[in-house]
Design a protein around this ligand. Structure first.
Ligand SMILES: [Zn+2]
Length: 252
């Protein structure tokens, strides 16, 4: 009798466990399906931390590397964007990615935005400020182009290697650059934000609104100090994510 009672209890117990497991499995499966469905509708923002691996990018007098700052900032922006958007980093760690491969990530993902992140470097220690670049076949200023972009982004690329598909998005890329300028000026004090057109290869093949942002000059001791400050980098991340949100929320 005792055995029978135990056995029935055991049966009921196992039946209950199986029911619970099935319910949990259903909830998980169903939840993932809904999440996938929901994620599929999210706008995709591809963030491209410049340089990586043996390519350290520009280097500050105090030893800060551009490649580390760009990755930190990209991660912060992704966090700021939160669950409203799907943020994708072209590189998630300290390794090098070819320039065409960076743009390809955005194209293959069908991204709504592509943002390449860099830090300026110059032999002129006084060079300072933030520059937001959009793609333009001819640079607006030869001096700016040679000083701020040719060394860093075009050293191993010819301007003719891509088909300049970005040209069809330039109007919206400029609007995105303007949104960046407004938000950064609101949050980051004592650093001027410029907007410039330049024939940057990393932008030329992007089939969506795309910009390259250079957040200050690591070669300027004062700005290197700011770029090493997590608090200030976090302000940049907030400003950039706000600009992204404003831009993508507009009905275009
Ligand atoms: Zn760079």
């Amino acid at each position: 009798m005792f055995n029978i009672i135990i056995s029935n209890r055991m049966k009921r117990f196992f039946a209950l466990i199986i029911c619970l497991l099935m319910s949990v499995c259903f909830m998980i499966t169903n939840g993932n399906a809904e999440n996938d469905l929901f994620d599929g509708k999210k706008k995709i923002v591809v963030l491209d931390p410049g340089h990586g691996g043996h390519d350290k990018g520009a280097e500050g007098a105090d030893g800060a590397f551009e490649k580390a700052i760009t990755l930190s900032l990209a991660r912060m922006i992704a966090t700021e964007l939160g669950s409203k958007y799907r943020a994708v980093l072209t590189r998630a760690d300290d390794y090098l990615l070819g320039i065409p491969d960076r743009t390809a990530v955005a194209n293959h993902r069908g991204a709504d935005l592509f943002i390449s992140i860099h830090v300026g470097g110059s032999f002129l220690h006084k060079a300072s400020g933030i520059t937001v670049y959009y793609f333009k076949e001819m640079s607006e200023s030869d001096i700016t182009f040679k000083g701020a972009t040719s060394k860093t982004y075009n050293s191993d690329n010819d301007l003719t290697t891509w088909d300049n598909i970005q040209k069809r998005h330039v109007t919206r890329s400029k609007a995105l650059a303007k949104s960046m300028q407004t938000q950064i000026n609101d949050r980051i004090k004592h650093m001027e934000t410029r907007i410039e057109g330049a024939p940057l290869v990393v932008l030329s093949g992007a089939d969506m609104p795309a910009i390259l942002i250079e957040i200050g000059y690591i070669s300027n001791p004062g700005e290197e100090k700011k770029l090493r400050d997590t608090q200030i980098l976090s302000e940049f991340a907030k400003a950039i994510s706000k600009a992204i949100d404003n831009f993508l929320s507009e009905k275009n």
